[in-house]
Design a protein around this ligand. Structure first.
Ligand code: ADP
Ligand code: CP
Length: 304
């Protein structure tokens, strides 16, 4: 079975945790220990988030007096692929000795005229209280939005059209390797009229990019793993109800939060609608149970 698995940014750095390298490396190891049984048995591609990390690097770059202009988000996205990819690569090698593992830098094609460039939605960096977030927004020209009870910086998140390196990823997978790729949704790039690629100031949603990749690789299943056990109907209301099974049509009748559960639900619905296969959302530590249909929110064409 070929499975494409996304590890949420929250799994790599929980809200409120210090972004120390040792903490993130330990989180990456915990994430991989949860996935190792699946990777031992199936063809596995692993993607990951980078929201907390790309925002942290943007803060560091903005504070560097040696720079005349802070590094752009495509470059920072590439840095997060290297950093997180390295932690995941090493954790996979230590957990599954004998397996071939590779972590790639790869790019995601977006449209230069995507309306998302004018309407930032992607949360990056740490959470702030309302007063601090509004002060930083006016000092630094950030867009900000509420993330639950906190506030965070938001940046443009254009829709992923294609992972540029899909063919290389496919051949690595066919050669028996576990492939870590599409980190942070992939480095966002556009293709000019002359056919040349160039980076853009954005962070692609990793769940939507994971879906594009899973479709292109003819995956049998797609798992989006995060820090909640299931998608919840009425998440912030008086009667929150976890959804264990659903059809895409049933999920599409509900409303989910932009920038967090919304893109995950869109990604699983699209994967099931396009492929007729199974997709699921749930907690990282339940990965094996989710694949066997015993945990998480499992989405299938029939909802059974
Ligand atoms: N309807 C919902 N059901 C479950 N979780 C939800 C819902 N709406 C918002 N959330 C939030 O979505 C978060 C997961 O999304 P996100 O933060 O983007 O995850 P990750 O970075 O792990 O990919 C959860 O921690 C939860 O607080
Ligand atoms: N790029 C991205 O979607 O990151 P998170 O999963 O950390 O939000």
């Amino acid at each position: 079975m070929r499975i494409v698995i996304a590890i949420g940014g929250n799994a790599l750095l929980q809200r409120g945790q210090k972004p120390d390298a040792a903490i993130q490396r330990a989180n990456a190891l915990r994430a991989i220990e949860a996935l190792a049984p699946l990777a031992a048995e199936h063809e596995v591609v692993i993607t990951h988030g980078n929201g907390p990390q790309v925002g942290m690097l943007a803060l560091e770059s903005a504070a560097d007096p040696a720079l005349s202009i802070p590094y752009p988000l495509d470059v920072l996205g590439a840095q997060t692929q290297g950093m997180i990819g390295y932690w995941l690569l090493q954790a996979l090698q230590n957990s599954l000795p004998g397996k071939q593992v590779v972590a790639l830098l790869d790019q995601t094609l977006v449209a230069a005229d995507d309306p998302a460039f004018a309407a930032p939605t992607k949360f990056v960096g740490p959470v702030y209280d309302s007063e601090t977030a509004h002060r930083l927004a006016s000092e630094r020209g950030w867009s900000i939005a509420a993330d639950g009870q906190y506030w965070r910086r938001v940046v443009p998140s254009p829709h992923p059209q294609r992972i540029v390196e899909t063919r290389v990823i496919r051949s690595l997978l066919y050669s028996g390797a576990i492939v870590v790729c599409a980190g942070g949704g992939g480095i966002p790039v556009v293709r000019g009229e002359d056919g040349r690629l160039s980076g853009v100031e954005a962070v692609v949603d990793k769940d939507l990019a994971t879906e594009v990749l899973a479709e292109a690789l003819d995956a049998d299943a797609m798992l989006l793993l995060t820090d909640v056990p299931a998608v919840v109907r009425g998440f912030s209301g008086p009667n929150p109800t976890p959804i264990s099974r659903a059809t895409p049509a049933a999920l599409r009748r509900e409303n989910f939060a932009a920038g967090s559960m919304g893109p995950k639900v869109e990604a699983v619905c699209r994967f099931v609608e396009m492929t007729g296969d199974t997709a699921a959302i749930g907690a990282l530590e339940d990965a094996a149970l989710i694949l066997s249909g015993k945990a998480g929110t499992v989405v299938t064409p029939s909802g059974t």
